[in-house]
Design a protein around this ligand. Structure first.
Ligand code: NAP
Length: 318
């Protein structure tokens, strides 16, 4: 599998970022890379700004089987291919964190943590979402010492061990099935007795060795230097119990990375509101992908959003 870090250093890192672009895209996940591809192909000068690694949350998915035309891949490889296509079309990628967006007479300044503030005529925000925390005792203390938010990143540390995955959505079930291949024992702890995950994943879970623990929430994570057990509460009977585990994978959904964009209208959870052309409440700022208020958050919908946002920008500018 290619390394995005090597890719970042050798092929993409842009030391000579220009001062002016038609379009700056904040975030290099599937939405941002698709926006870069469409923007560059439409003839716009584009920069995709990324604070961490290319691909965003999608790179934490071990198996992608619902991206049309690609029977089966992993998030890392798919995003790597998107990156190559995006930069191949002419979009530049800049590794720095966007810390603010300011309006100017002709457009916007995007303030970056590297001290530069390139200008542009249109901004597309594709900053994605981050995993939610349980907010229980022991979670912070044991993060990195048994508590993880990424099964594909950290699963290998739990080879032959006992782990619990928390959540009942697609991520939790996929994580549990992925970990089943590595760990000796996998529990899936869900607060209800019905999964939110897609039927196909539910069937696979039933056929697996993963042990579901229904109607239960984690009340604390305990241990000495590292995780040794989780305390659970049965939400129906209020019964308390403990389960010995070496690791706990939290997969209870995501929160939008929209804090720095607080002037934009959002829904009650902080997801940015757009119209169907991906325009936000501020003229000239567009938004695409998981950070946007929408009903289906998938790689394919992120890509579609990015394509629409860049096409809207191109229509405005050309
Ligand atoms: P999700 O669909 O929002 O599911 C979160 C799960 O965590 C739910 O089962 C929820 O329980 C549970 N939960 C939420 N807060 C909790 C808390 N405080 N304590 C305990 N449990 C809690 O999140 P996701 O699975 O990360 O998926 C996010 C989006 O990405 C979804 O749109 C999903 O379809 C998509 N996705 C798709 C794929 C794929 O298609 N292959 C893979 C991964 C993710 P309730 O069910 O009771 O609400």
């Amino acid at each position: 599998m290619p390394s995005l870090l090597v890719f970042k250093q050798e092929n993409v890192y842009n030391r000579d970022m220009k001062e002016k672009y038609d379009l700056i895209i904040i975030g290099a996940g599937p939405a941002g890379l698709s926006a870069g591809l469409y923007g560059a192909r439409a003839g716009l000068s584009c920069a995709v700004v990324e604070k961490a690694a290319v691909g965003g949350l999608a790179t934490t998915t071990a198996d992608i089987e619902n991206y049309p035309g690609v029977k089966r891949t992993d998030g890392f490889s798919l995003c790597y291919a998107m990156m190559e296509q995006c930069t191949g079309a002419g979009a530049e990628t800049v590794f720095s964190e966007a810390v603010g967006v300011e309006r100017t007479d002709g457009g916007f300044l995007v303030r970056l943590a590297n001290g530069t503030s390139p200008s542009c005529k249109r901004v597309i925000i594709t900053a994605g979402a981050s995993p939610k925390k349980l907010n229980v005792e022991g979670e912070e203390k044991f993060t990195g010492r048994g508590v993880s938010y990424c099964a594909t990143c950290d699963g290998a540390f739990f080879r032959g061990k006992t782990v619990a995955v928390i959540g009942g959505g697609n991520t939790a079930v996929e994580d549990a099935l992925y970990l089943e291949k590595l760990a000796a024992k996998v529990y899936l702890v869900h607060r209800r007795d019905a999964l939110r995950a897609d039927r196909v994943l539910e069937e696979r879970l039933k056929a697996s060795t993963v042990t579901p623990i229904w109607n239960s929430v984690v009340s604390s994570i305990d241990g000495q230097d590292k995780v040794a057990q989780i305390a659970l509460k049965d939400v129906k009977t209020e019964t308390l119990s403990t389960v010995s585990v070496d690791g706990i994978f939290v997969a209870i959904g995501q929160s939008p990375n929209s804090e720095i964009f607080r002037d934009l209208k959002t829904d009650e959870y902080g997801y940015i509101l757009t119209d169907e052309d991906m325009r936000t409440s501020i003229d000239g700022i567009l938004c695409a992908g998981d950070i946007r208020h929408k009903s289906l958050r998938q790689v394919i919908t992120a890509c579609a959003d990015g394509a629409i946002a860049a096409s809207t920008a191109a229509r405005d500018l050309l």
